[in-house]
Design a protein around this ligand. Structure first.
Ligand SMILES: Nc1nc2c(c(=O)[nH]1)N[C@H]1C(S)=C(S)[C@@H](COP(=O)(O)O)O[C@H]1N2
Ligand SMILES: [Mo]
Length: 368
C-alpha cells in the first residue's frame, strides 16, 4: 500500500501519566526556542532572544519578487511590493507577544505538542503599515466579516495539508495598531520572524500574527480554516465545539534571582536583600497590579509596578525587595488586570494546553 499523510501526521493526543517529553517534542523544542528568562530585563527583547514558533519550515522568500495580494470582498484588488509598502506612512508599535501554548508542558495530563514551560514570550518594536490603511485603499465590501491572512509556509498538521492561514474578525483587523510589519527592532524582519512581512495584532496570542504574509482576503462569512476552527480552540473534551483562542490572559514572570546550577537550573541566592524583578502583561485590559510570594503562593505581598507608558501593548516591569535568610523558598509572581482577572495557582486545563496563565514559580535555595 502506498504511504499516506495520515501515517506520519497523527491525531492530537495526551501524554500517558508516566510519559516524559518525547524525541519528537524535543525536535520541536530545539527549533522553537523560548526567551531566556534573564532577558526579561530588556524593555525590548533583542531579536535573537525573542521566542520563536514555526509550525512547518521557515520559507525562503525573495524580497525582490515578493508580492502581497489584497482581495476578496473589496472594491479593488491590490498587489503590493515591498517597496510599495515601505513607501507608505508607517507606524512603530511596541508589542509583547506570547504563544497561546505557553505553559503547556506543566499540564497534567500533558497535551503532546511544543512543550513550552513559561518562556514563549518576547517584546519587539514592530514597524510597518497599518492594515486598516491598506484595507481602506482596497475598499471594504458592505458584507465583509473576516480578514484572512495566508503565509508562504506549507505543511501538514493532524492529517490536514495546508498553508498557514488565520482569519481575524474585521473589527479587530481595523484596530489602529494592527500592522503589516516589515521591521523588527529597527531592522528587516529576521527569517524566523516572518521576512519580509508579517501581521502584528497587539494583544492577541501569537497564532494571530501571521508570518511570511503573501495574501490577504476579505471574506463575507466567518473563516473556518484549520488554525481558527480546529487548532486554536479551547476544549476540555475532544468532541466539543469549544471557544476560539484570542487575547492574551494576564501573566507575570520573574527574572530568576541569584545564579543557577548548570544541569538542574536550580537557583541559589545569598542572605540579605534580594531584588526581585520581572515583567507583567495582559492583552485583555490594562494591568492593575502585581504581587509576589516567597512561599509558593500561600501568602502574597504587593510589588511595585512601573507606571503605564505610551507603549500600551508592551509588558511592564515590576520589582520588590526580598530579605532572604538561609532556607528553601518558592518564589512566585502574579498579575491582575483592570477587569479583575488574575492568575490561578493551578493550571487551567484544556486539551490544546492554551492560555495557561498559572502563576510562575521559581524554587530558590538561600545558602548561608
Ligand atoms: N505563517 C506562519 N505564521 C505564524 C506561525 C507559523 O507557523 N506560520 N506561527 C504562529 C505562532 S503559533 C506564533 S506563537 C507566532 C510566533 O511568532 P515569533 O516566532 O515571531 O515569535 O507566529 C505565528 N505566526
Ligand atoms: Mo503559538
Amino acid at each position: 500500500m502506498d504511504p499516506r499523510l495520515s501515517d506520519i501526521s497523527l491525531p492530537a493526543r495526551l501524554a500517558r501519566e508516566d510519559e516524559g517529553v518525547t524525541l519528537a517534542e524535543l525536535a520541536l523544542a530545539t527549533r522553537n526556542h523560548g526567551l531566556p528568562l534573564e532577558a526579561l530585563v530588556h524593555d525590548v527583547t533583542p531579536a535573537g532572544l525573542h521566542y520563536v514558533l514555526v509550525h512547518y519550515d521557515i520559507p525562503v522568500v525573495d524580497a525582490q519578487s515578493w508580492r502581497l495580494t489584497v482581495g476578496g470582498s473589496t472594491g479593488t484588488a491590490l498587489t503590493l511590493s515591498l517597496a510599495d509598502l515601505r513607501a507608505r506612512p508607517s507606524r512603530t508599535v511596541r508589542v509583547t507577544m506570547e504563544c497561546a501554548g505557553n505553559g503547556r508542558a506543566a499540564l497534567r495530563p500533558r497535551p503532546v505538542s511544543q512543550p513550552w514551560l513559561v518562556e514563549a514570550v518576547g517584546t519587539a518594536d514592530w514597524t510597518g503599515v497599518p492594515l486598516r490603511d491598506v484595507l481602506a485603499e482596497a475598499g471594504l465590501g458592505e458584507s465583509a466579516v473576516d480578514v484572512v491572512f495566508t503565509g508562504a509556509d506549507h505543511g501538514v498538521e493532524r492529517g490536514v495539508e495546508q498553508d498557514y492561514q488565520r482569519g481575524l474578525p474585521l473589527a479587530e483587523a481595523l484596530g489602529e495598531d494592527v500592522l503589516l510589519a516589515y521591521e523588527m527592532n529597527g531592522a528587516p524582519l529576521p527569517p524566523q520572524h516572518g521576512f519580509p512581512v508579517r501581521l502584528v495584532v497587539p494583544g492577541w496570542y501569537g497564532m494571530a500574527h501571521v508570518k511570511w504574509l503573501r495574501s490577504i482576503e476579505v471574506t463575507e462569512s466567518r473563516f473556518t480554516g484549520y488554525q481558527n476552527a480546529v487548532a486554536y480552540v479551547t476544549r476540555r473534551r475532544a468532541d466539543e465545539e469549544g471557544e476560539p483562542v484570542t487575547r492574551i490572559a494576564p501573566r507575570a514572570l520573574l527574572v530568576p534571582p541569584g545564579f543557577p546550577d548548570f544541569q538542574t537550573r536550580q537557583r541559589v541566592v545569598r542572605p540579605g536583600p534580594v531584588r526581585l524583578t520581572g515583567r507583567a502583561w495582559s492583552g485583555r485590559a490594562p494591568l492593575a497590579g502585581v504581587e509576589v510570594s516567597t512561599d509558593g503562593g500561600a501568602t502574597w505581598a504587593r510589588a511595585r509596578l512601573d507606571p503605564e507608558t505610551r507603549h500600551r501593548h508592551a509588558w511592564r516591569r515590576w520589582s520588590a525587595t526580598w530579605h532572604a535568610e538561609p532556607g528553601r523558598y518558592t518564589l512566585a509572581a502574579r498579575a491582575t488586570d483592570a477587569d479583575g482577572a488574575s492568575q490561578p495557582l493551578r493550571e487551567p486545563w484544556n486539551r490544546g494546553g492554551f492560555s495557561n496563565n498559572a502563576v510562575h514559580r521559581v524554587p530558590v535555595w538561600c545558602l548561608p
